[in-house]
Write a protein that binds this ligand. Sequence first.
Ligand code: NDP
Length: 306
Amino acid sequence: MKITFCCTDTKAEPWLQGLAAALPGAEVSVWQPGAPVADYAVVWAPPQQFMDEQQGIKALFNIGAGVDALLQRRLPPGARVVRLDDAGMAVQMAEYVCHAVIRHFREFDQYEAGMRAGQWAYRKPRLRQDFPVGVMGLGVLGERVARALAQFEFPVNGWSRSPKAIAGVRAFNGAEKFNEFLAASRVLVNLLPLTPDTQDILNRDKLARLQPGGYVINVARGAHLVDADLLALLDSGHLAGATLDVFRTEPLPAGHPFWNHPKITATPHTSARTLREESIAQIAGKIGALARDEPIAGIVDPGRGY
Ligand code: NDP
């Protein structure tokens, strides 16, 4: 069995060694232009030339949960696209989002600034019921995040395409329920995939529907958010702040207003990292299952975009 590795911005050697160890007998190599067609590929944002040359490949294993960069390319006909399912990302995402929500809710930034200024000062406790959190996207990551927030006893709303029943979560579904979901939420967490339906979804009209003092946490993709609309609503005071992990252009360009905005906390696309060992074990398990003609989880529907 031939496995080719084509991941931009990723050191290949440890992946090759890990895949070879997990799949004894497989021939694992880094893709080079003109290389023969492999049985399976492990990819991240491969060039179009890779897709054009690998005609007949059986499956492309994306080393992330989001497949938007992959689906921008013309796929080899018949190739299945397989995403990472969790593989250690869901707990990281739950940590990141709960940290951002709690930091805002408990006003830790203000307490830290006060202590640095030599002030031992109490702030009036805020009430959880005044901070309903809305989670957009209730998939592998969104559901885990919604459940974690519910454990902290925040009122939690969730929005997805299909109906869901998740303990502790008030579930909304479909485009027709989106405005109702936003109006019921003060803190908004975005965990949608980037698709034609969801691009620019965090825009002025939609963000203005959040409850006053709204707070935005974008951990999905930068192109979900209209940057200027967020800035306008922060300036108007309708939104109290934002935590952003993803940006339209990454790295965030020098001079972008998000770098130094007093109401924005930014991190460099690090909320849920791909963990190599877990990912290799998952991919190897799925390759084994496909080779035995068994069903696997995480097959992407390119028509749907996730
Ligand atoms: P899933 O594919 O498992 O879940 C997607 C969810 O979004 C589903 O609940 C789906 O609804 C819902 N959804 C999709 N389209 C719409 C729509 N038009 N309207 C309403 N709901 C919609 O994705 P994951 O949870 O695994 O990941 C989510 C995203 O997180 C990824 O696509 C990626 O962009 C981002 N990500 C970011 C990382 C980071 O480090 N910042 C790391 C990993 C992922 P339904 O259930 O009904 O199908």
